[in-house]
Structures are given as C-alpha cells and as structure tokens.
Ligand binder design. Sequence first.
Ligand code: ADP
Length: 540
Amino acid sequence: MQGLMMDMPLLISDLIKHADRNHGDTEIVSKTVEGSIHRYTYHDAHARARRLANALQALGVKNSDRVGTLAWNGYRHYELYYAVSGIGGVINTLNPRLFPEQITYISNHAENTALFFELTFVPLVEKLAPLLKAVKHFVLMTDRAHMPAATAIPNLQCYEDLVAQQDDRFEWPSFDERTAAALCYTSGTTGNPKGVLFSHRSTVIHALAAAMPDTLNLSARDSILPVVPMFHANAWSLPYACTMVGAKMVFPGPHLDGKSVYDLIEQEKVTLSAGVPTVWLMLLQHLSSNKLKFSTLKRTVIGGSACPPAMIRAFQDDYGVGVFHAWGMTEMSPLGTVGSLKAKQAALGKEERYAIQAKQGRGIFGVEMKIVDEEGKELPWDGKRFGNLLVKGPWITSAYLKGEGGDPLINGWFPTGDVATIDADGYLQITDRSKDVIKSGGEWISSIDLENIAVAHPAIQEAAVIGIAHPKWDERPIVVAIKKAGQEVSKAALLKFYEGKVAKWSMPEDVVFVTELPHTATGKLSKLTLRQQMKDYKLP
Ligand code: ADP
C-alpha cells in the first residue's frame, strides 16, 4: 500500500518562494566589492532572481547547462544561486583562490556556458577568457557605472543591465527533484579537482537538517553572517537554510579581515556566524588587541579543519559566544557532524563539557558513519580505537562528475579519507586526514592533537605539525609555528609545554619558528605545501 501524501518534488526555488511569502520584509545585507552596504529584502531578492531567470533564458541557458561564478558572498551571488538552479541549470561556484590553471581546468571540465564574475576578478578573467572553451557569455556582476571602459574580455555584459531589461514575471518550473542544481569541485590536493554535483533534493533536505536545533539552530530571529565563502561547499548550506527559515542574512563580500568582520557583526546585530578557524584567528586577534566585546553574537560554527580547544575557550570564556564545532566535506554537502551537547552532558562540569566540544560532534540524522580497520573490519564506538571513516546518506556523493576517479564507494559507503574515533555517545573525533597522520614506531600520532597543544601556548599564533622521515621510527613529528606579535617563547620552552600532555613517544622532536604558514584555497593549513617547503629540513 502506498501512502496518500502529495508527491511534490523538493526544489530550491521553493525556498525563496517561501521566504518571499512569509519573510518578505526580512533583510539581506551585503558589503560590496566597492565597500558600500547594499540592503534589500527577501521580497526584492525573489523579484530580482525572477528577472535574472528571464535574463539567463534570454542568454540561452537551458536545462542542465552549467553557469560558472567567480564571486564573493553577496546579494548578486545569492540571486544567481536561485536563478540558475531555479530554471534547471547548474551553478558552478569557482574558488578564485585556486591557481588560474586550476580554475581553467574546472571551468572547462564543467563546460560552463556562461561566467558571472565580480570586479575583483576582471584581470583574472581577462587572462583566462581565451582558455575557457565553452563560455559564450561573460557577465560582470556590477552596474553600468562600474563597467570598465576597455577590456580584453570578449562581449563583456553588465549584470545590472541584463536584470533591468527583464520582467519579474516568471513561473519557476517544476521538475524531478533529483535534477542537478549546483557543482562544487574538491580542492584536489593530489590530482585534478573532482566535481561534486548536488541535486535539488539533496540540497533541500540538507538545508532542513542544517537548520535543526542541534545542528546549526537557525531561526527567523537570527541575523546570520556566513564568513565561509559561497564557493566553499555552498557556504555550508547557509544561503539555502537561512532562506528556508527566514533569517536575516549578512554577506561580507571580500572584506574578511578581523576589523571588517567585527564591524559588520556589530552593525547588523549578527547572532550567528560560520567559518574556518583561520578567519576566527584574525577576528579574535582584532578583538583582543582592541579590547572589544560582541554585543549580539551568540553562536559561531567552526569547521573545515579542527577547531583548537584554545579557540573554543577564547570564544566561550572571553566573549560569551557558544561554539558549534562541525565536521564535513564538500562530498557531504558538507555537513556530517556537529558538536552540540546532550542533556546529560550539559549538566557536566566545564572541563568535561569543553572536552566534548573539542571533538567534531555527533552524526546528524541523514548521515550514517562507521570506522573500519585496514582490512575493512568495523571497529567499535569506544572513543579509543581509530580507523578509516566511511559515511552514507542522501546528501553524500555517490560519484564524481563524468565518473572522474572511478567509483568512489566501498560497498555503498563513501570513504572520507579521514581517520577517526567514535565514542559510545556517537561523538566523532578526527585523528587526522589519513595522509597527514604521523606513523612513528608502529604507532599513529595525530597531528591535530599536537597542533591543538601548540596553539594553547599563550605565545603561539598558529602551528602545523608534520612528520619528518626518521631512519629508526619511520616518521617523527615536528612543530612549525608562528609566534604571536610581541610574544616570545623558545624551542625548548614550547617542547616542555608538551610534557604531561601527550605520551612520550608522540612528543614533537623539534620546533621550527616561521613567520608564515601556507594555506589552501579554502583557508586550511596546507600540509602538502609545508612538507615541500620543509623537504631539506634535517631532524636535530
Ligand atoms: P578541501 O579542503 O579538500 O577542499 P573540504 O573542504 O571538503 O575539502 O574538506 C574536507 C576535509 O576537511 C575533511 O575530510 C576533514 O579532513 C577536514 N575537516 C573538515 N572539518 C573538520 C573538523 N572540524 N576537524 C578536523 N578536520 C576537518
């Protein structure tokens, strides 16, 4: 017997229709590339998304056509999210921080037929345009007044002109919810980047899960600032999930330094923000050196790489901002686990609660997890045994675009490439990416654990731990660290700081002080680059 409920597809256009109807006067605020503040409402955004939908169709964008973007978090990018997917096209959010050759590779692989980009990227697109084989339309996301007088970009069109020329009468089409909606490439630390293709269905149910109280706890009373870029795993679903719940959205544009983010949080009464640890480092530094406090910020989501316990402490103890430590990956849309407490844990002492929060969190309904040993045998959830982490669920990748890299699944499970433990309460703790874990004398040493200790030292700003080849032990860990401005600590003192905090055999062998650490295009420590930079280093 079949159920007798209406069979309605889950479509991205329904999110903005809902927000317009129910939260029409709620604001979307953007700091623009030009530095001004743009302000409008869900009602206005929906009207402009419909005009843009007409404009896209006038350009010849059809079902399943890919449309590339090189853009910051802002209202025009938001309109593209809805207009491109809404007409049945696929938005390919390109990460402008990648090398130009990688951007070219991705855009050609995706076969983007149009490219929408912001003023910041005019010089880049001038260089790339002749190489972007499939792109028929180059559209600059600005108004007539900011269009360059002369440019090498062929037939450059103006976004505001395209929108202005169209009517806002447009009926969002209905189609199969499994239709592709958005395309995001993984950073591809080895080999070429691979395309992760999200569907309308996966996007809408992932947004529902993201909004839940123990996930990101989003509501119509929130003012939400995604610092995480819209080109990094769809800003962790915030452009969809905020629209679903009717939260005010605040977009920072390219202005991600501590002062700009702080000022925007204060001006727009932001209650929740989300980003990778590196941006929070800049924000916390700005706060402490200027003796500032937050007046409205209540919660922050930190993920993308491990959030050091020292950062959780700084946010919660010094600024009264609750931390949600989250783990996920582009292949998971990206949310997998979030570290909210259970009732029995909320009653624990502070140190015990903080220890739970330092883990990456528990699985959201919709994400199944298991850890396995080298032979693929499942390991117990005891918080001690660590193994390769596999996941499955309705918003997790089953294959990459064009079958790149072959079938990624192992008996229906997606291997994350992470090594982790899971405890009896279901809390995941990432030991390391499997390629970063340090193998020493038959034991595995977590680089994340050693990094967390280094940054807990009052004189350390940022630290990366890598394994260095050793004739007897295979590999030994060393700390590569940046000191805080005006602070001093010796190698010996930092090594001493590890005593009593880790087992003898996992003590770092040496400390190297540097003034800069390499980061990936998504703002994470790039161990790959660091290992290359340290290739001539010799253990003492
Ligand atoms: P990439 O950075 O390679 O573009 P993703 O942004 O999808 O790709 O990164 C996913 C990976 O980031 C995960 O597999 C994991 O190794 C790491 N990661 C994400 N969140 C966390 C976290 N909270 N703690 C530790 N590692 C994390």
